[in-house]
Structure formats: structure tokens, C-alpha cells
Design a protein around this ligand. Structure first.
Ligand code: MOS
Length: 750
């Protein structure tokens, strides 16, 4: 397949469907995860989680635990080694302002499930048993974890979080226009707290290398983040701290920041001068970051034809007492429908006695767009319009939050192609009008939107004289397919088969790249790898042209193509030189390059850059039991150039499945009397399983974009956005019941 990714390569892999290059390693168990690495002197740590949400530890008795044979040491706030406790040195983009939680720092309890001790033993079973013998006495205070109750205590304007745009200043007169509008809709929207629950729990294996140096295998979405954290907290030189994460079993945002098991494992390894592994339990995975249960109110004023005259979108989110976690929740109303003349957006925080919320797949957009896109469905019904027609009536080609036109926005095509594939024209808009036997059938749709970003990333490439190419950088493949797409990009840039290219990721010894997150990795690392390969291409071309009687003499780089391991004159395959021969003639056994790329690589300064989607859902609901079956989803995505049709589709499938979870199942239940999430296991916290998932159809609409040299916008997050609203709108269409509170469980339907 021909395409325009590279001016020098032959582009035979980019744009096609390729299986994961790391697939065989993953399915045969050769791919190792953070908690699977080992060392001859490995000791095992087990975390003791606290039993109250707020107060102080008055006494902690570790004698019984220490008496268990095989126990090496029990760490508590009373005996923990001194650390530098410098500023935590998180990467800006992933840390909210405030004071990050410090495990075993002092006797204060800040949230339920806080680690209060680490038991280290010769084996895991002994550590776990001994941990059960640690006795903690508390002086408990009443926790306040209810955002609604806390509302009464007011809020401070949050300290600004780097990388998070605050709501734009209001324009026009939203209140006045609302009061004067013929159609007035105003409702509250809520969603449950969700926990990320990647398959792989948080884990750190710290290998004691001697001489104060450590090699750390960490569950993290970017190893430089863990390296900076360890260096900062323990006052270590970065060159004594190597961090690796060759594979991840999912991240979803919880792995953007180092979590407390990393601190505990490094602390224990340094103190005991031996290797230590700490793996959190599934139950402990519910004791830190989560998607916050933001309260939203949306007021839409419109004319009878559904044209918006006023948008008001207010949100109140809970955060911890120690950090101002923020996400972009309300701005989406302007980004999608900002042609409206009277807009007022507001986002506030209030502090509760929980751990700090964490970015969770499309943080803020999942939340804000769920509310907005239900409100737009309500507007369609209030004005007797088709839901797509109402959206088209309010379509905008400009992002008012940045005051820039969109670089590309193929959302119209998403509506058209998604509707066509779904069969939307067959829909009878009347609620409760469609049936399949004793089930009510509902068809709903919604829009999705997410940022297309780039972060400064370096990448390295090495071509050896056997014709093999190795590329890579320190970012992680969190399961998204990064190994595969970088291999495709590199293979095309030098005209090599994919088998001759090896991609290395997840190691602080590789060229520095940021965390894998924000859907920015394909654009950022992809562009950097392409640039590094192009540098090599230019160097080898120079060697080829300098050969005696070179077939490429007098030919410019722009006039050759790299294909089949050779450099050939475009349109004249009879004139070519193999890469291997060129390097031999040049007298080198390898050619290396390191290049970097950042947000200035394309036209991001002049244009706003977003991905969009149109999501269509079909539900079938048993009228007597209220049980929802989600029988069909069509998700039409506009995300610029698609590098790998197979891994891209998988990203959207995963996002849609997670959206189904948020719409129908996922709910972390806080018992406000004790300030604790009570359903901290998969028996009681439901995620979609195979039986919940039926037909998911993904369409990639064509979109030509120049946000970066490859035209890539990223796919990790757009698949989840809008999915819950489409399902909620389908439930309304089936039942006539408008549910504005996720998840939509049976009790809300009946
Ligand atoms: Mo994503 S929430 O940036 O891992």
C-alpha cells in the first residue's frame, strides 16, 4: 500500500494490518512483567494496609511478625530509614500540584488503605503471613469522603496543574440567553468512582547490584519517571538507578505516576542491601488513584430548531487533602459546540479524605462528554430532531478554547459512515417503539473527542553491516502496540523487511522519552524514530554515492527510494546499491543516529488538534428484569493517519469495552461512614467479561492532518469517549427513561 509517510522509504508496512511483533513473547510467557523478574538474593515485601481513613497511628506492634522465622525486617514510620524526600521530581505532565503521598512518613493517616508497614521476608508466603500479625492501634477521626456533603464547605480555586487547560473565560451572557431561550434544558449528571484495574497489578522488583546501584523493574508507563522519582526521594545519582519496564499488562493512567510499592521496595533494598520485590494485591489496587465521581450540571438553551443559544457546564470534582488533582471536564462543551454565542464553563475542586484521583483513560473527557452528549440527546428529543441533525446544526470548525481552527476534523464523516454502517436511518425515534420479542430495543448515538498531543521524545537507531536495524527509546509499550508500529515506521524508512528491525523500549539506558500516555506515543516516538532512521538513510546514502563507479553518482537523496535493503534511483531499479555494500565501502560496521521530535514538529502552533468519533449503540432490555444487553456498537473514528489497522482497531475495541464498563457496570462504592471503598475485588467491582461483549464494529474515516510529519493523532483514548453516552441514549430510546447517573444498573431502569 502506498502512502506518504516517508519521502525516502517505500511505505510498505505503515498503513497496513500487522500482528504484534511482541505477540509470540506474550502468549508463550517469555515476556516478563515487573513482578516476574528475580535475583538470587531476592526478598519479598508485603504491604500492611491501614484500617481507618483519617486519624493517627497511636501504636504499632510488629513483635509477633518479626518473630516469624524467615522475616527479615518490618518497616514502619517509626523505624523507616531517613530519605532525601526531595521534591518528588515527577514529570510535569503527570503530577497534580501539591505534596505527593509519602509512604511510612509519619503517624498520620490520610486515606483508607494507606500502607502502614512493609514486612520483608525470605519468601512471599512468610511475608504475607507475618503481615497479618502486625497490630496497629489508631486514634480515629471522622472522615469526610462525600463530595456532595463537602460542597457545603466550599472550595479553593485549584493550583494550576501543568498540561491541564483551565476552563476558558465565559463569553456572551449564558444565564441571560438561557432565560430567553424557547427551549431550556437543565439537568445534573453523576458518574461513579472507577478504579483502573489493569490486569498486571502494581509491582516493583529492585535488584541490588552492589556499590549502591540498583536495577529496577517497575510497573510504570514511563521508566524515566520512576528513575527521577527514586533519584529525588533517595538522593541517588541517576546513573546508579536503571529502570526497565519491557512489558506492561495495561496502564490506563494509574501507571503514569510511580506508586508506593516502588518507594517501599527501593527503601527495603537499600536498607537490607539485597534485592526486594513488592507486588500489590488486587485488593490494594483499590487503595490509590481512581476516576473521580465528578458532579456536573449542564444547562442548554436553544431555539426550536435545536440551535444552541446558551451552554452552561459546571463541574465539581473531589480531590485528596494533599494534591489538587485536575482534569479537563467542561472544556469539551466548547470544543464540540463552541460556535454558540453564550458559553459559561466552570470546574471546581473540593477536598475529601481519600487518596488523590488519578488520570484514567481519557481523563475528564469520559466524564464531561458523557454528560454533554446525553444533554444533546435530550435537546434532540426536546426539539423533535434527529440526534445527528442537532449535532450538525451546532458543528464548529474552530476550537474557541485555543482560538484556533482545527487542523483537521472529519467528524462529519464519522457521523455519516457510522450511521450508514449502523443502519441509523431505520430508527424510529419514538422511545419504546422498537422491540425484539420480549426485549425493548434502543438505538442511541453520541460524539467522542480527545486531544491529539505530542511530547518531546528522543529515539535512537542503529543499522549494522549485516543489514539489521535496531531502534527504540525509553517509553513503554503499555499494551497499545508501540513495539509494532515503531518497527513498521523504521522498516519503511530504510526499506527493510520488518523481520530485520528490532524495537527496544522501556529502559532508562535508551534515548529518553516521556511516559506512554495521553495518546501521544505514536506521534511522539513515531516521529523521533522516523527522524533517526532518516538520518541513517542520509548517512548510508552518502557512502553509497561515494563508492567507486557508484550507480547513484550525481543523484540526490530526494531522488532515491529505500526498498528491499537497497537504495535505488526512483523509477530506475537498475541503478541501486545495497545498504550492506554501501556500509562496507564506507568502511563502517554500523551507523547510528539519535534524533528527537516535539510538538513543534508539525502545525500544532497554528491549529487545534483533536481526534473525534461517532459512537452508535444498540441495547436490548428485558422489560420485566431491567437487564441490559449491549448487542451492537459501531465506533467511527477520525484520528489522522492509521499506522497499523490491526493494533489500531484493538485500541478502539479496548476503549469501547472500558466505556461499556463505565456505562453499565463499574462502580467503586465508598462507605462514607468509614471512608472506604467497600467492593475492592472483582467479585463485587464488575468489569465487562466476554459474555457482556457482542458486536463491536470499528471504522477509521479518512483524515489528512499535519499536526506532525506522519499525520498521526493517537488512538489510546478516543475509543472510550462518548461510548457511555451512546449507551445511555440507547437505554432512553428503549425505555423512555432518562438516566443521568452511571453506571446504568437494573435498579435505575426498573
Ligand atoms: Mo493515559 S490516562 O494518559 O495513561
Amino acid at each position: 500500500m502506498a502512502n506518504s509517510i516517508s519521502s525516502t522509504g517505500t511505505d510498505s508496512f505503515v498503513g497496513t494490518a500487522q500482528s504484534r511483533v511482541d505477540g509470540p513473547a506474550k502468549v508463550t510467557g517469555q515476556a516478563k512483567y515487573a513482578g516476574e523478574f528475580t535475583a538470587i538474593d531476592l526478598a519479598h515485601g508485603y504491604v500492611v494496609s491501614g484500617g481507618i481513613a483519617k486519624g493517627r497511628i497511636t501504636a504499632i506492634d510488629t513483635a509477633a511478625a518479626e518473630a516469624v522465622p524467615g522475616v527479615l525486617k518490618v518497616f514502619t514510620h517509626e523505624n523507616r530509614p531517613r530519605t532525601a524526600w526531595l521534591d518528588y521530581n515527577y514529570q510535569d505532565a503527570v503530577a497534580p500540584p501539591g505534596s505527593p503521598f509519602r509512604a511510612l512518613y509519619d503517624d498520620r493517616i490520610l486515606y483508607s488503605g494507606q500502607p502502614v508497614a512493609l514486612v520483608v521476608a525470605e519468601d512471599f508466603g512468610t511475608a504475607r503471613y507475618a503481615a497479618s500479625l502486625v497490630k496497629v492501634a489508631y486514634d480515629a477521626e471522622e472522615p469526610l469522603t462525600d463530595v456532595e456533603r463537602q460542597r457545603a464547605f466550599g472550595y479553593e480555586p485549584p493550583k494550576k496543574r501543568a498540561g491541564i487547560k483551565p476552563p476558558p473565560a465565559p463569553w456572551g451572557d449564558a444565564d441571560g440567553a438561557f432565560a430567553a431561550a424557547p427551549i431550556q434544558l437543565r439537568s445534573d449528571y453523576t458518574l461513579a468512582v472507577e478504579h483502573h484495574n489493569p490486569m498486571e497489578p502494581h509491582a516493583s522488583t529492585v535488584v541490588w547490584d552492589g556499590d549502591g546501584a540498583i536495577t529496577v523493574y517497575d510497573k510504570i508507563q514511563g521508566v524515566s519517571n520512576s528513575q527521577g522519582y527514586i533519584a529525588g526521594v533517595f538522593g541517588m545519582d541517576k546513573d546508579k538507578v536503571r529502570v526497565l519496564n519491557p512489558y506492561l499488562g495495561g496502564g490506563f493512567g494509574l501507571g503514569l505516576r510511580p506508586q508506593y510499592q516502588l518507594f517501599l521496595a527501593v527503601m527495603a533494598a537499600r536498607e537490607l542491601e539485597r534485592s526486594v520485590r513488592v507486588v500489590l494485591t488486587r485488593d490494594q489496587m483499590f487503595t490509590f488513584g481512581y476516576r473521580p465521581d465528578v458532579r456536573q450540571t449542564i444547562s442548554l438553551g436553544a431555539d426550536e430548531g435545536g440551535k444552541l443559544q446558551s451552554i452552561k457546564h459546571d463541574a465539581l470534582s473531589g480531590t485528596s487533602r494533599f494534591e489538587d488533582y485536575q482534569e479537563v471536564v467542561v472544556n469539551w462543551s466548547a470544543i464540540l459546540y463552541g460556535g454558540c454565542e453564550n458559553v459559561s464553563l466552570d470546574y471546581k475542586l473540593t477536598q475529601i479524605d481519600t487518596y488523590t484521583p488519578a488520570d484514567m483513560r481519557a481523563p475528564g473527557a469520559v466524564t464531561g462528554v458523557f454528560a454533554l452528549e446525553i444533554a444533546m440527546d435530550e435537546l434532540a428529543y426536546a426539539t423533535g430532531q434527529d440526534p445527528i441533525a442537532v449535532r450538525l446544526k451546532n458543528y464548529t470548525d474552530r476550537d474557541p478554547t485555543e482560538d484556533k481552527p482545527f487542523g483537521s476534523k472529519a467528524l462529519r464523516s464519522c457521523y455519516e459512515q457510522g450511521a450508514e454502517r449502523f443502519g441509523w436511518s431505520e430508527r424510529n425515534p419514538e422511545p419504546r417503539s422498537m422491540r425484539d420479542g420480549k426485549e425493548l430495543v434502543g438505538w442511541g448515538m453520541a460524539t467522542g473527542v480527545w486531544e491529539a498531543l505530542m511530547q518531546k521524545s528522543a529515539a535512537q537507531a542503529t543499522l549494522t553491516s549485516d543489514g539489521k536495524l535496531v531502534v527504540g527509546n525509553s517509553t513503554g509499550d503499555i499494551g497499545t502496540g508501540t513495539y509494532t508500529i515503531l518497527t513498521q515506521i523504521a522498516a519503511d524508512a530504510l526499506g527493510l523487511p520488518m523481520e530485520d528491525v528490532t524495537t527496544k523500549l522501556g529502559d532508562t539506558q535508551l534515548a529518553e522519552a516521556p511516559v506512554a500516555g495521553g495518546s501521544w506515543t505514536a506521534a511522539s516516538s513515531g516521529t523521533a524514530v522516523m527522524k533517526a532512521c532518516r538520518k541513517i538513510a542520509a548517512d548510508v546514502f552518502a557512502m553509497a554515492r561515494a563508492m567507486d563507479d557508484s550507480p547513484l553518482a550525481n543523484v540526490d537523496l530526494e531522488r532515491v527510494v529505500f526498498t528491499g535493503g537497497r537504495i535505488e534511483v526512483a523509477g530506475d531499479p537498475s541503478r541501486s546499491v545495497s545498504l550492506v555494500d554501501a556500509m562496507k565501502a564506507g568502511g563502517v560496521d554500523k551507523v547510528e543516529a539519535t534524533e528527537s521530535a516535539g510538538p513543534d514538529a508539525g502545525h500544532m502552533k497554528e491549529f487545534a488538534s483533536y481526534t473525534h468519533s461517532a459512537v452508535f449503540a444498540e441495547v436490548k432490555i428485558d422489560e420485566e428484569l431491567g437487564q441490559v444487553r449491549l448487542t451492537r456498537i459501531v465506533s467511527a473514528i477520525a484520528a489522522g493517519k492509521i499506522i497499523n489497522l490491526k493494533t489500531a482497531r484493538s485500541q478502539i475495541l479496548g476503549g469501547v469495552v472500558m466505556g461499556i464498563g463505565s456505562a453499565l457496570e463499574e462502580e467503586s462504592m465508598l462507605d462514607h461512614t468509614v471512608g472506604r471503598f467497600m467492593n475492592h475485588n472483582f467479585g463485587e467491582y464488575h468489569v465487562p467479561v466476554n459474555a457482556d461483549i457482542h458486536d463491536i464494529d470499528v471504522i477509521f474515516v479518512e483524515e489528512d492532518d499535519k499536526a506532525n510529519p506522519m499525520g498521526v493523532k493517537g488512538l489510546g483514548e478516543i475509543g472510550i469517549v462518548g461510548t457511555a453516552a451512546a449507551i445511555a441514549n440507547a437505554v432512553f430510546h428503549a425505555t423512555g427513561k432518562r438516566i443521568r447517573d452511571l453506571p446504568i444498573t437494573i435498579d435505575k431502569i426498573i
